[in-house]
Ligand binder design. Sequence first.
Ligand SMILES: [Zn+2]
Length: 125
Amino acid sequence: MQMKHSEGTWKIRKDENQTFVSVDFMQAAPLWSGDGPSATCTSTKDVAIVAKFRMQPEEREANARLIAAAPQMLEAGKEFVEAIAELLMSVQTHIEDSDCECRICVADRSYEKFRAAIKAAEGGE
Ligand SMILES: [Zn+2]
């Protein structure tokens, strides 16, 4: 699936009033820079502004870290789900017992939860 979220490393940025999750991106340099039409420069855009209202600084920081780590978790999660799917295909799960606590069945349920989370993050199909 084509990535739709902002490319690049999401990082936390703060000013005196706000906490942001931001990403650097390359953009065409303004014409007045005199570098010509092919010139690019790095710019920053905000992916999220983490709410300050009714939130302690530690909670705000933790929320910002979680948001900033999302692309990395999504990428790692997709790789992991693919790898575990192959492993699970080579073994027998105990479908008749939905409460089975063997490692295979626990991994199978975890795989399904992970797949659902990835689907939610990517917006469906
Ligand atoms: Zn089992």
